[in-house]
Design a binder for this molecule. Structure first.
Ligand SMILES: Nc1ncnc2c1ncn2[C@@H]1O[C@H](COP(=O)(O)OP(=O)(O)O)[C@@H](O)[C@H]1O
Ligand SMILES: [Mg+2]
Length: 254
C-alpha cells in the first residue's frame, strides 16, 4: 500500500514552475531515490510534501489522509520527517543539546518551572535524554557530545542532522542530499545507517547527487526534470535510460 503519494502537485515561483504536475507514490517500507539535474525541483518537491511551503495545487496524501498544506510539526506528528540540504543545527549549542532539542515538546515544558513539573513531564524529559544519548552513541558522535556543533565537519553535521530527525521517530524519513560535502568513508557509513533504518521498516525517500551510492541504496529511482517526472523504475534500468543520460549530459547538467 502506498504510504505517501502526490497527485498533480504544482509550485510556481513567479513565472517559473519549479514543480509541474508531479504525481508519484512511495510504498510502505520502500526506499526511493530522487535524482535530477540542479534546479529540477527536487528540494521544492520535498518542501511541498513536508509542509515547509504550500503547493499551488495538487494533493499530498500520507497513510490515506489528505495532508496537503499541513505544517511540518503536524506532519512530524503524523510520522513524516525530513532533513534539509543545508543542515539546520544550532552552532552555539552542543551536539547533545541539539539532539535533545529536536524532540517534540510536551505541553508546558518551556513555561512551567522545573520544581512544579509533574512526574509524567519529568519522565518524558528523562526519556528524551536517554533517547538522545542512544542516538548520539549509535551515530558515533559520543566523543563530540559536549562540543559545540560549530566544531563538527560537514559529514558529522549530516550525522547530527540524521540523529535529530530520528528523535521524532518517523515512519517516513525524507533526506535532502545526506551525502553532500561528506567524505567517501563517512558517506559509506551514513548510507549503511540509512539502509539499516530501512531494514528495520522505516520508509525512506532520499534526494542525492552521488548517483553511485544512491543507486546501490534504493529499491527504485525517480528522475525529475524541470519539475516533472522524467523516468522512474529499477535503478539499473533508470541509469541506462537514454532520457536520463540526455538530461544529465544536456544543457541542465551541473
Ligand atoms: N524560494 C524560491 N524562490 C524562487 N525560486 C525558487 C525558490 N526555491 C526554488 N526556486 C527555483 O525553483 C527551481 C527548482 O529549485 P530546487 O527545488 O531547489 O531544485 P533542486 O533541488 O532540484 O536543485 C530552481 O529554478 C530554483 O531557482
Ligand atoms: Mg536541492
Amino acid at each position: 500500500m502506498s504510504l505517501l503519494s502526490t497527485d498533480g502537485l504544482v509550485k510556481e515561483f513567479g513565472g517559473l514552475r519549479a514543480v509541474d504536475e508531479l504525481s508519484m507514490s512511495v510504498d510502505d517500507g520502500e526506499i526511493v531515490g530522487v535524482m535530477g539535474p540542479n534546479g529540477a525541483g527536487k528540494s521544492t518537491f520535498f518542501n511541498c510534501v513536508s509542509g515547509v511551503i504550500k503547493p499551488d495545487s495538487g494533493t499530498v496524501t500520507l497513510d490515506g489522509a489528505d495532508v496537503t498544506g499541513d505544517s511540518p510539526e503536524s506532519l512530524a506528528h503524523q510520522g513524516l520527517v525530513r532533513t534539509f540540504q543545508d543542515t539546520r543545527e544550532l552552532e552555539t549549542m552542543t551536539v547533545r543539546d541539539n539532539v535533545r532539542l529536536a524532540a517534540p515538546d510536551q505541553p508546558g515544558e518551556r513555561t512551567i518551572p522545573a520544581l512544579l513539573r509533574s512526574d509524567a513531564m519529568q519522565e518524558h524529559e528523562e526519556g528524551v535524554r536517554e533517547r538522545a544519548d542512544e542516538l548520539i552513541e549509535a551515530f558515533e558522535l559520543d566523543h563530540l557530545a559536549d562540543e559545540y556543533s560549530s566544531t563538527l565537519s560537514g559529514g558529522q553535521r549530516k550525522l547530527l542532522e540524521l540523529a535529530r530527525a530520528l528523535m521524532l521517530d518517523p515512519d517516513i524519513l525524507m533526506l535532502d542530499e545526506p551525502f553532500a560535502g561528506v567524505n567517501p568513508t563517512l558517506t559509506g557509513e551514513i548510507a549503511e545507517r540509512i539502509a539499516d533504518l530501512n531494514d528495520r521498516g522505516m520508509t525512506v525517500v532520499i534526494i542525492e547527487h552521488e548517483i553511485e551510492t544512491l543507486s546501490e541504496l534504493v529499491d527504485r529511482l525517480i528522475v525529475l526534470q524541470q519539475g516533472s517526472l522524467l523516468v522512474e523504475g529499477d535503478p539499473d534500468a533508470v541509469l541506462s535510460d537514454e532520457r536520463v543520460i540526455e538530461a544529465y549530459l544536456g544543457g541542465d547538467a551541473e
